[in-house]
Design a protein. Structure first.
Length: 370
């Protein structure tokens, strides 16, 4: 499959120049059809067919597919609703004590901010590492995490599109004895990711952005050794060995983070989306994104570009005087970008399914800003 063929299967794109894949990637028809087919089969099946058995077999198949895609074992994958959901499940599984330290960067999405703000009410100290131009200073990071219990950072920053050195940051945190939690939502479908190479204790992500999967198809990787010390506060029959036992015995690895009766529809759609990504090939996707983002950056003055000039991801942040007004003005021309709270500007998310003509439309539409 080529990127052009992938795009042709996405009804929502049409004639619009869509550059908001970092927030939402519209799904191909067959992804939505797969999700709908699961619901129909599950609900319209014979009354003599066990709906729980059907669902559990599907959960297993989905975990296996996600695990293959991210370089994990199926037992290390929990099915969640979103990245925010995954981060919260980890935050709620640690026995926090007053004075414990959480370190995050100032580059985090609210998914990596709000759960820690909530813990501040319980006496947990949240330490925010200041960064510059989407980069983490290693020495300042090492100092910040020296006494931390948990460290949370993004693999690809939503603010600048920079790639953080995940394995290096995990290594520093490990030396300090801190639990490492990575927000990887901007990675799947855009760049190759291998959680075993990263070495993090947990990685939260979702499939509704660059993979073009449905909303609700989140997933959480948890290292099996790290999971042994985590006891989720939200407990259900899917996360324990014996739901009717006298004592709670959590399932090993990530299984303990799944709770109860949920539809697998979105995750079935995600499997179709991952198959499409593999059909195109991540190398081809990344090469195409690099070419298109280079084309966009060539049309942006140096002093207006807030993302790296050299390619790192499809997220390109541009300084404009009035981001909200610019988003509205471009929208009137059927060009879709988004504004950012920081840095002050707009963000164009360029996918492999984008086209040169769309890039040129965006560059031309931005010229009045200069």
């Amino acid at each position: 499959m080529t990127p052009r063929e992938l795009r042709a299967d996405v009804p929502a794109l049409g004639d619009a120049a869509y550059f908001n894949f970092g927030a939402h990637g519209p799904s191909p028809e067959y992804v939505v059809e797969a999700a709908g087919s699961f619901v129909a089969d599950h609900e319209y099946g014979s009354a003599t067919t066990d709906p729980y058995e059907h669902a559990f077999e599907t959960y297993d198949r989905v975990r296996e597919r996600i695990a293959e895609f991210v370089g994990a074992d199926p037992e290390e994958i929990a099915l969640t609703e979103s990245t925010t959901d995954g981060i919260n499940r980890v935050a709620g599984a640690i026995d926090w004590e007053p004075g414990d330290v959480v370190v995050r960067t100032d580059l985090e999405h609210p998914a990596g901010v709000l759960p820690w703000q909530r813990l501040e009410r319980e006496g947990v100290e949240v330490r925010v590492l200041e960064t510059e131009d989407g980069r983490v200073d290693r020495d300042e990071y090492a100092e910040a995490v020296a006494d931390a219990r948990l460290v949370c950072f993004s693999a690809i920053t939503w603010t600048h599109g920079t790639r953080l050195p995940v394995a290096d940051l995990v290594e520093v945190a490990n030396e300090a004895g801190a639990f490492t939690l990575v927000d990887a939502v901007q990675s799947p479908g855009q760049v190759a990711m291998d959680v075993s190479e990263w070495g993090a204790d947990a990685v939260a992500a979702a499939g509704h952005k660059w993979t073009l999967g449905p909303w609700g198809a989140g997933f959480l990787y948890v290292d099996r050794d790290a999971a042994a010390d985590l006891e989720p506060r939200a407990v259900g029959y899917r996360g324990v060995e014996d739901p009717t036992g006298d004592e709670i015995e959590f399932k090993p690895a990530a299984g303990r983070f799944e709770i109860g009766t949920t539809t697998a529809a979105a995750h079935v759609g995600l499997v179709e989306a991952l198959d499409a990504v593999d059909a195109v090939g991540l190398d081809a996707i990344e090469s195409r994104i690099e070419s298109l983002t280079d084309r966009l950056k060539d049309g942006v003055p140096e002093d207006r570009l807030r993302s790296p000039r050299e390619y790192e991801s499809g997220l390109v942040t541009i300084d404009v005087d009035d981001p909200e007004a610019t988003v509205e003005r471009l929208g009137e021309q059927d060009i879709v970008v988004r504004s950012l709270p920081h840095p002050n500007g707009i963000r164009a998310s360029v996918h492999a399914v984008s086209t040169e003509a769309e890039i040129d439309r965006l560059v031309e539409a931005l010229e009045p800003e200069w």
